[in-house]
Design a protein around this ligand. Structure first.
Ligand code: F6R
Length: 240
Protein backbone atom coordinates (compact mmCIF):
# COMPACT_ATOMS: atom_id res chain seq x y z
CA UNK A 1 0.00 0.00 0.00
CA UNK A 2 1.51 3.30 -1.05
CA UNK A 3 0.43 6.30 1.00
CA UNK A 4 0.71 9.77 -0.49
CA UNK A 5 0.27 12.69 1.87
CA UNK A 6 -0.78 15.95 0.25
CA UNK A 7 -1.33 19.41 1.72
CA UNK A 8 -5.05 19.79 1.31
CA UNK A 9 -8.17 18.74 -0.55
CA UNK A 10 -7.22 20.69 -3.66
CA UNK A 11 -3.85 18.94 -3.87
CA UNK A 12 -5.57 15.58 -3.30
CA UNK A 13 -7.94 16.19 -6.20
CA UNK A 14 -5.11 17.30 -8.46
CA UNK A 15 -2.98 14.26 -7.61
CA UNK A 16 -5.71 11.70 -8.22
CA UNK A 17 -6.73 13.51 -11.41
CA UNK A 18 -3.14 13.24 -12.72
CA UNK A 19 -3.02 9.49 -12.02
CA UNK A 20 -6.49 8.97 -13.53
CA UNK A 21 -5.49 10.78 -16.73
CA UNK A 22 -2.30 8.77 -16.94
CA UNK A 23 -4.32 5.50 -16.81
CA UNK A 24 -6.81 6.90 -19.34
CA UNK A 25 -3.95 7.57 -21.72
CA UNK A 26 -1.85 4.47 -21.13
CA UNK A 27 -4.41 1.65 -20.85
CA UNK A 28 -5.85 0.68 -24.22
CA UNK A 29 -9.52 0.36 -23.25
CA UNK A 30 -9.58 1.45 -19.62
CA UNK A 31 -12.34 0.37 -17.27
CA UNK A 32 -12.92 2.69 -14.33
CA UNK A 33 -14.91 2.08 -11.16
CA UNK A 34 -16.22 5.25 -9.56
CA UNK A 35 -17.34 6.15 -6.07
CA UNK A 36 -19.67 9.01 -5.18
CA UNK A 37 -19.87 11.07 -1.97
CA UNK A 38 -18.01 14.26 -1.07
CA UNK A 39 -14.41 13.10 -1.45
CA UNK A 40 -14.15 12.42 -5.21
CA UNK A 41 -16.00 15.61 -6.26
CA UNK A 42 -12.73 17.46 -6.91
CA UNK A 43 -11.51 14.61 -9.12
CA UNK A 44 -14.61 14.74 -11.31
CA UNK A 45 -14.37 18.53 -11.58
CA UNK A 46 -10.73 18.25 -12.62
CA UNK A 47 -11.53 15.57 -15.23
CA UNK A 48 -14.31 17.69 -16.71
CA UNK A 49 -12.08 20.77 -16.85
CA UNK A 50 -9.26 18.83 -18.50
CA UNK A 51 -11.70 17.33 -21.00
CA UNK A 52 -13.16 20.75 -21.80
CA UNK A 53 -9.69 22.13 -22.43
CA UNK A 54 -9.37 19.52 -25.20
CA UNK A 55 -6.45 17.59 -23.69
CA UNK A 56 -8.15 14.22 -23.17
CA UNK A 57 -10.78 11.94 -24.66
CA UNK A 58 -12.88 9.34 -22.89
CA UNK A 59 -13.91 7.64 -26.14
CA UNK A 60 -12.29 4.29 -25.26
CA UNK A 61 -13.18 4.23 -21.57
CA UNK A 62 -15.89 2.40 -19.65
CA UNK A 63 -17.30 3.36 -16.27
CA UNK A 64 -18.90 1.35 -13.48
CA UNK A 65 -20.67 2.97 -10.55
CA UNK A 66 -19.61 1.41 -7.27
CA UNK A 67 -23.04 1.44 -5.68
CA UNK A 68 -26.60 2.74 -5.78
CA UNK A 69 -29.51 3.15 -3.39
CA UNK A 70 -32.47 0.85 -3.75
CA UNK A 71 -35.78 2.47 -4.55
CA UNK A 72 -34.60 5.87 -5.77
CA UNK A 73 -35.36 6.81 -9.33
CA UNK A 74 -32.22 7.54 -11.33
CA UNK A 75 -33.53 11.11 -11.81
CA UNK A 76 -33.63 11.59 -8.00
CA UNK A 77 -30.98 14.20 -7.14
CA UNK A 78 -29.64 12.01 -4.32
CA UNK A 79 -29.24 8.89 -6.46
CA UNK A 80 -25.69 7.94 -7.30
CA UNK A 81 -26.60 7.63 -10.96
CA UNK A 82 -27.75 11.24 -10.96
CA UNK A 83 -24.59 12.30 -9.09
CA UNK A 84 -22.21 10.80 -11.65
CA UNK A 85 -24.33 11.88 -14.63
CA UNK A 86 -24.28 15.49 -13.42
CA UNK A 87 -20.73 15.62 -12.10
CA UNK A 88 -19.01 13.70 -14.87
CA UNK A 89 -20.77 11.60 -17.50
CA UNK A 90 -22.92 14.33 -19.07
CA UNK A 91 -19.89 16.56 -19.55
CA UNK A 92 -17.51 14.15 -21.26
CA UNK A 93 -19.59 12.96 -24.21
CA UNK A 94 -20.03 9.29 -23.47
CA UNK A 95 -22.32 6.93 -25.33
CA UNK A 96 -24.75 4.87 -23.19
CA UNK A 97 -22.75 1.68 -23.75
CA UNK A 98 -19.79 3.22 -21.91
CA UNK A 99 -21.72 3.63 -18.65
CA UNK A 100 -22.65 0.74 -16.34
CA UNK A 101 -25.05 1.40 -13.46
CA UNK A 102 -26.54 -0.93 -10.87
CA UNK A 103 -30.31 -0.53 -11.16
CA UNK A 104 -31.72 -0.04 -7.67
CA UNK A 105 -35.23 -0.24 -9.10
CA UNK A 106 -34.90 -3.63 -10.77
CA UNK A 107 -37.82 -5.97 -10.10
CA UNK A 108 -35.45 -8.83 -9.37
CA UNK A 109 -32.61 -7.32 -7.37
CA UNK A 110 -30.64 -10.55 -7.04
CA UNK A 111 -30.70 -10.98 -10.79
CA UNK A 112 -29.59 -7.36 -11.15
CA UNK A 113 -26.60 -7.98 -8.86
CA UNK A 114 -25.61 -11.06 -10.87
CA UNK A 115 -25.98 -9.08 -14.13
CA UNK A 116 -23.72 -6.33 -12.78
CA UNK A 117 -21.03 -8.78 -11.69
CA UNK A 118 -21.17 -10.39 -15.13
CA UNK A 119 -20.78 -7.00 -16.85
CA UNK A 120 -17.64 -6.32 -14.78
CA UNK A 121 -16.25 -9.73 -15.73
CA UNK A 122 -17.16 -9.27 -19.40
CA UNK A 123 -15.25 -5.99 -19.44
CA UNK A 124 -12.16 -7.81 -18.15
CA UNK A 125 -12.46 -6.38 -14.59
CA UNK A 126 -11.84 -2.86 -13.39
CA UNK A 127 -8.49 -1.31 -14.24
CA UNK A 128 -8.73 1.54 -11.75
CA UNK A 129 -11.23 1.72 -8.90
CA UNK A 130 -11.66 5.03 -7.09
CA UNK A 131 -12.79 4.65 -3.48
CA UNK A 132 -13.75 6.78 -0.52
CA UNK A 133 -14.13 5.42 2.99
CA UNK A 134 -16.89 5.75 5.56
CA UNK A 135 -15.96 6.71 9.12
CA UNK A 136 -16.85 3.15 10.16
CA UNK A 137 -14.50 1.76 7.51
CA UNK A 138 -17.11 0.92 4.90
CA UNK A 139 -16.08 0.76 1.24
CA UNK A 140 -18.87 1.01 -1.28
CA UNK A 141 -21.81 0.20 0.98
CA UNK A 142 -20.01 -2.79 2.50
CA UNK A 143 -20.57 -2.15 6.16
CA UNK A 144 -18.57 -3.63 9.08
CA UNK A 145 -19.13 -7.38 9.30
CA UNK A 146 -19.37 -7.92 5.53
CA UNK A 147 -17.37 -11.00 4.48
CA UNK A 148 -14.21 -10.10 2.60
CA UNK A 149 -15.23 -12.40 -0.27
CA UNK A 150 -18.64 -10.75 -0.81
CA UNK A 151 -19.86 -10.13 -4.35
CA UNK A 152 -22.19 -7.44 -5.70
CA UNK A 153 -25.26 -7.68 -3.50
CA UNK A 154 -28.20 -6.01 -1.83
CA UNK A 155 -27.13 -4.65 1.56
CA UNK A 156 -28.67 -2.89 4.53
CA UNK A 157 -27.23 0.48 5.49
CA UNK A 158 -26.21 0.95 9.11
CA UNK A 159 -27.79 3.67 11.26
CA UNK A 160 -24.47 5.52 11.28
CA UNK A 161 -24.17 5.52 7.47
CA UNK A 162 -27.77 6.68 7.12
CA UNK A 163 -27.11 9.49 9.58
CA UNK A 164 -23.93 10.60 7.78
CA UNK A 165 -25.53 10.38 4.32
CA UNK A 166 -28.72 12.16 5.39
CA UNK A 167 -26.93 15.40 4.48
CA UNK A 168 -27.69 14.56 0.85
CA UNK A 169 -31.44 14.20 1.54
CA UNK A 170 -34.21 16.59 2.65
CA UNK A 171 -34.70 14.56 5.81
CA UNK A 172 -33.24 11.40 7.35
CA UNK A 173 -36.63 9.74 6.75
CA UNK A 174 -36.09 10.04 2.99
CA UNK A 175 -32.90 8.01 2.90
CA UNK A 176 -33.29 4.46 1.58
CA UNK A 177 -32.36 1.71 4.02
CA UNK A 178 -30.90 -0.57 1.36
CA UNK A 179 -28.47 -0.34 -1.53
CA UNK A 180 -26.76 -2.40 -4.21
CA UNK A 181 -23.01 -2.37 -3.82
CA UNK A 182 -20.08 -4.04 -5.51
CA UNK A 183 -18.84 -6.63 -3.03
CA UNK A 184 -15.52 -6.49 -1.25
CA UNK A 185 -14.37 -9.50 -3.31
CA UNK A 186 -15.46 -7.65 -6.46
CA UNK A 187 -13.59 -4.49 -5.46
CA UNK A 188 -10.47 -6.48 -4.58
CA UNK A 189 -10.36 -7.89 -8.13
CA UNK A 190 -9.75 -4.38 -9.47
CA UNK A 191 -6.26 -4.19 -10.92
CA UNK A 192 -5.56 -0.91 -9.16
CA UNK A 193 -7.30 0.97 -6.37
CA UNK A 194 -6.97 4.58 -5.31
CA UNK A 195 -8.43 5.38 -1.92
CA UNK A 196 -9.10 9.06 -1.17
CA UNK A 197 -9.24 10.34 2.40
CA UNK A 198 -9.78 13.95 3.39
CA UNK A 199 -10.42 15.79 6.64
CA UNK A 200 -9.88 15.54 10.40
CA UNK A 201 -13.04 13.49 10.89
CA UNK A 202 -11.38 10.64 8.95
CA UNK A 203 -8.11 10.60 10.93
CA UNK A 204 -9.00 7.56 13.08
CA UNK A 205 -10.34 5.81 9.99
CA UNK A 206 -7.16 6.43 7.99
CA UNK A 207 -4.97 5.24 10.85
CA UNK A 208 -6.97 2.04 11.22
CA UNK A 209 -7.13 1.42 7.49
CA UNK A 210 -3.35 1.66 7.05
CA UNK A 211 -2.03 0.29 10.34
CA UNK A 212 -4.89 -1.57 12.01
CA UNK A 213 -5.69 -5.28 12.03
CA UNK A 214 -7.13 -6.66 8.85
CA UNK A 215 -10.61 -7.54 10.03
CA UNK A 216 -14.10 -7.79 8.60
CA UNK A 217 -15.14 -5.43 11.40
CA UNK A 218 -13.35 -2.71 9.45
CA UNK A 219 -13.86 -3.39 5.72
CA UNK A 220 -11.25 -0.89 4.42
CA UNK A 221 -8.50 -2.79 6.27
CA UNK A 222 -8.61 -5.43 3.51
CA UNK A 223 -6.90 -2.94 1.21
CA UNK A 224 -3.64 -3.76 3.03
CA UNK A 225 -3.79 -7.10 1.21
CA UNK A 226 -4.28 -5.68 -2.30
CA UNK A 227 -1.12 -5.62 -4.44
CA UNK A 228 -1.74 -2.22 -6.03
CA UNK A 229 -3.37 0.32 -3.73
CA UNK A 230 -2.52 3.98 -3.39
CA UNK A 231 -4.02 5.98 -0.56
CA UNK A 232 -4.05 9.71 -1.17
CA UNK A 233 -4.83 11.63 2.00
CA UNK A 234 -4.60 15.28 2.97
CA UNK A 235 -2.70 16.53 6.03
CA UNK A 236 -5.86 16.94 8.08
CA UNK A 237 -6.59 13.24 7.73
CA UNK A 238 -3.39 12.36 9.59
CA UNK A 239 -3.07 12.45 13.37
CA UNK A 240 -0.46 15.03 14.43
C1 F6R B 1 -19.90 6.19 -2.34
C2 F6R B 1 -19.45 5.13 -1.46
C3 F6R B 1 -19.08 5.37 -0.04
C4 F6R B 1 -18.28 6.65 0.18
C5 F6R B 1 -18.01 6.86 1.68
C6 F6R B 1 -17.29 8.16 1.95
O1 F6R B 1 -20.16 5.68 -3.64
O2 F6R B 1 -19.42 4.04 -1.89
O3 F6R B 1 -18.35 4.27 0.44
O4 F6R B 1 -17.09 6.60 -0.54
O5 F6R B 1 -19.22 6.85 2.37
O6 F6R B 1 -18.12 9.21 1.59
P1 F6R B 1 -17.61 10.73 1.62
O7 F6R B 1 -16.64 10.87 0.51
O8 F6R B 1 -18.88 11.53 1.35
O9 F6R B 1 -17.02 10.97 2.96
Amino acid sequence: MEVIKVADYEALSKKVCEIFINRLQTIENPVFGLATGSTPKGLYKCLVETYESGQISFANAKFFNLDEYIGLDKSHPSSYTYYLMKKLYEHIHLTPDQIYLPNGNATDLQEECARYEQCIRDCGHIDLQILGVGINGHIGFNEPGTPFNSRTDVVNLTESTMRVNSRFFKSIDDIPHRAITMGIGTIMESKEIIMLVSGKHKADTLQRMIHGNVTEDFPASILQKHPNVTVIADEEAFHD
